[in-house]
Design a protein around this ligand. Structure first.
Ligand SMILES: NC(=O)c1ccc[n+]([C@@H]2O[C@H](COP(=O)([O-])OP(=O)(O)OC[C@H]3O[C@@H](n4cnc5c(N)ncnc54)[C@H](OP(=O)(O)O)[C@@H]3O)[C@@H](O)[C@H]2O)c1
Length: 266
């Protein structure tokens, strides 16, 4: 809304992005900040040093641990939306011997149960208390299969805990958008056709056997679009992309139509 040439602050949505020093979270924060006429974007991160290195300043950041509900509540003040991009991060135990598979573990306090379940339910509880209208949660495909190899990493059952937190979000009564991404690529965004699905059908039967991957930059764009499109509200969906050199691709630009193909509930 423009009044006498000025954009009213009432139209600017204040959004908190957690996991903002992560590889996808940082892209979301950057994109939101590039659209400062529509968003006031705040970051939430563990390490001020990492924030300083990545963004050149700690301005617009809250420092804290998602296991501490009070810090999240403070960070959420006056926000209307929350983007959850935190995740437990498996670490390789030691370089594997030739011919052996690497083994992974989670640091104490950093297991999927602690980060992907309690860390996320903490954020959802804090959001409820702060009156947040909309939560966007980025998770992963594969959660319908308890035997998925990612669940074996460090015996962390990461996809199982992520899925429990997704159910918690749906049950919270806050408007949700749950994006379950395919394998994440650090490649250019905006040059692929994005496709959505549900219940791991794309993962189990990818169209024409294409790789089940999606650039982080495209996931970040979907987050930004979901903050603006009513068709993204109260939806959960799997997200992947067609290869940029696949024949007859239609580069995704109409996000409203994409969200219209998605459905509510787990
Ligand atoms: N990797 C894949 O191929 C893949 C595929 C599908 C879906 N996904 C999912 O997509 C999402 C984004 O993945 P990504 O690779 O972009 O994420 P990422 O780079 O691993 O970032 C995770 C973020 O969580 C933060 N974090 C972890 N524990 C925290 C705590 N206790 N308090 C505050 N922050 C905490 C980390 O902080 P620091 O920066 O300080 O470490 C980091 O910023 C994740 O849910 C992931 O599981 C990944």
């Amino acid at each position: 809304m423009r009044i006498c040439g000025y954009l009213t602050t009432a139209m600017i949505k204040k959004v908190l992005v957690t996991g903002a020093t992560g590889r996808t979270g940082s892209l979301v924060l950057q994109k939101l900040r590039q659209n400062s006429d529509r968003f006031q974007a705040m970051g939430f991160a563990k390490s001020p040093t990492k924030v300083q290195e990545m963004f050149g300043s700690t301005e617009g950041f809250f420092m804290g641990d998602i296991k501490d509900k009070c810090t999240i509540e403070t960070a959420l003040q006056d926000c209307s939306a929350l983007v959850i991009l935190t995740s437990a991060i498996p670490k390789m135990k030691a370089p594997p011997s030739p011919g052996e598979r690497p083994e992974f573990e989670f640091e104490p306090g950093g297991t999927p149960e602690e980060i992907d379940y309690y860390g996320q339910t903490n954020q959802i509880d804090a959001a409820k208390k702060a009156g947040i209208e909309h939560i966007i949660l980025v998770g992963s495909m594969g959660g319908t299969n308890p035997n998925h190899p990612l669940n074996k990493l460090g015996n962390g059952n990461i996809l199982i805990w992520k899925r429990k937190a997704e159910q918690y979000l749906i049950d919270s009564g806050i408007d949700y958008t749950i994006i379950r991404a395919a394998g994440l690529l650090d490649t250019e965004g905006g040059i692929r056709e994005l496709i959505v699905g549900k219940d791991d059908t794309l993962l189990n039967n990818p169209p024409n056997g294409i790789p089940t991957v999606v650039p982080r930059a495209d996931v970040a764009e979907i987050v930004v679009q979901a903050l603006q499109e009513s068709d993204a509200r109260n939806k959960a969906f799997d997200l992947m992309s067609k290869p940029e050199d696949a024949p007859d691709i239609v580069i995704t630009k109409d996000f409203s139509s994409l969200f219209q193909q998605t459905t509510p509930g787990m």
